[in-house]
Design a protein around this ligand. Structure first.
Ligand code: HEM
Length: 403
């Protein structure tokens, strides 16, 4: 992982001084009309950074035969706010062509959304460059599932260089925005063979949720029903998320699992007690998350437009042409080396090079995708999943008690 110091505060000070203001204005305009978009953009930055680093790969459109991250069931149809980033990028391109990366615009926008929702204001260092690869299957491999237990959440964040405390702190983003019923309603109706209702859920809260998410919504094939992730102050980014968890009012199984180990439950209680302290930690953790595996210097590129389908097609053509030229030059070398090829003999068929190029973009990654899937309206779990108890070495564990 790149060190945070490779990014720099005020990065566009001389090359595009108005960049951050343009993003801020675009966010404020959009959020004023629809506060839900702010939550959407905070989540989009998280989904960008956890998959191939913060390189705006989440914004790339599919190309023929190669569906992109946007098409992953983790992102489609629930990820929202693309139009806000599009608007900011278009305005910035008009003033400073091909200077400000889409990855930086998304990081600035996420910060502005945090602030617009009453959360902390903080500096976001810039200098990220945009990636050119985006693959549909990768979000499911890299993003934690809403059915993860605390140990799985810890491991998934650790793979990105984030600590357990930072995982608990960043989860506070679920103080805003909403979730589809299908992402959690197995907790209400088919938790496991002995408990149809997840015992870590507050019974009164479970009744409320059952009204909003009736039977069947766990399959995700009804109308796209949604509920707020935190019901007390759903449009305010504050520490009420942690207050809710203490009362068994976490909506996602992954959220409530933070109360099921001694260590994470203590962190939850601290954050519930000290909102300002949490806000400070949240800002720091967002900056750290925003530096995951960033492309800097000569890596990647500065995209002209966000989704960049045409640019990618052109690039793919260039790669193909280069490959062909390399293949041809190898053929010349073979001939110059004193041996004339037989007419049907092949030397480094272009596809061999193509294979290397395509293969080089696939890091070996563990899959966290077992035990759950995604319907048209969000996540669903396979029966019985989501009830694993986390165990941290050397710490006592206990089942969360409902008040
Ligand atoms: C800890 C592991 C996490 C899991 C398992 C998780 C999972 C989810 C799920 C399932 C949804 C609802 C999707 C839907 O059904 O519509 C959601 C929404 C959301 N997530 Fe997370 N998330 C996690 C961490 C984070 C982090 C680190 C952030 C940001 C820093 C974040 C920000 C959000 C926001 C703001 C929403 C609401 C989005 C909206 O209303 O459009 N989440 N998350």
């Amino acid at each position: 992982m790149e060190d945070c110091s490779t990014l720099e505060e005020g990065y566009y000070r001389s090359t595009c001084p108005s960049a951050e203001d343009i993003v801020k204005n675009a966010v404020e305009r959009a959020v004023c009309e629809n506060p839900g978009l702010a939550a959407g953009l905070i989540r989009m930055h998280f989904h960008d950074c956890f998959v191939r680093g913060c390189d705006a790969s989440v914004l790339l459109d599919s190309t023929p035969g190669s569906p992109s991250e946007k098409e992953s069931p983790v992102n489609n149809p629930s990820l929202r706010g693309f139009e806000v980033i599009d608007d900011a990028k278009a305005q910035i391109e008009a003033q400073c062509p091909q200077t400000v990366s889409c990855a930086d615009i998304l990081a600035f926008a996420a910060r502005d959304c945090v602030t617009a929702l009453g959360g902390p204001d903080y500096c976001v260092p810039g200098g990220r460059r945009d990636g050119i690869v985006s693959l549909k299957h990768e979000p499911l491999q890299h993003l934690p599932s809403p059915f993860s237990n605390a140990t799985q959440l810890r491991d998934s964040f650790a793979l990105k260089g984030l600590t357990l405390a930072e995982m608990v702190t960043l989860s506070g983003a679920h103080s805003v925005g909403s979730t589809h019923c299908s992402s959690f309603s197995t907790r209400l109706y088919s938790f496991n063979s002995s408990h149809p209702l997840d015992p870590s859920m507050n019974p009164g809260f479970a009744r409320e949720m059952k009204e909003k998410c009736p039977v069947g919504s766990e399959r995700g094939n009804d109308a796209p029903l949604v509920v707020p992730l935190e019901g007390m102050t759903p449009n305010r980014l504050d520490n009420n998320y942690y207050v809710g968890l203490k009362k068994g009012r976490g909506v996602l199984s992954s959220d409530q699992s933070l109360m099921s180990s001694y260590v994470t439950a203590k962190m939850v209680r601290n954050r519930a007690r000290d909102g300002d302290g949490w806000g400070k930690k949240f800002a720091e953790a967002m900056v750290k998350m925003g530096s995951i595996d960033v492309l800097t210097g000569n890596s990647g590129e500065i995209r002209k437009n966000l989704s960049a389908e045409m640019e990618r097609m052109t690039k793919a053509m260039l790669i193909l042409m280069t490959t062909l030229l390399m293949a041809l030059s190898l053929e010349v070398v073979a001939v110059e080396g004193g041996r004339v090829l037989k007419s049907n003999e092949e030397v480094d068929h272009p596809q061999n090079f193509g294979g290397v190029i395509a293969g080089s973009g696939f890091p070996g990654t563990p899959a966290f995708a077992t035990g759950f899937g995604f319907g048209p309206n969000g996540f669903y779990s396979f029966p019985g999943s989501g009830n694993g108890m986390p165990t941290f070495p050397g710490t006592p564990t206990h089942q969360a008690q409902n008040p």
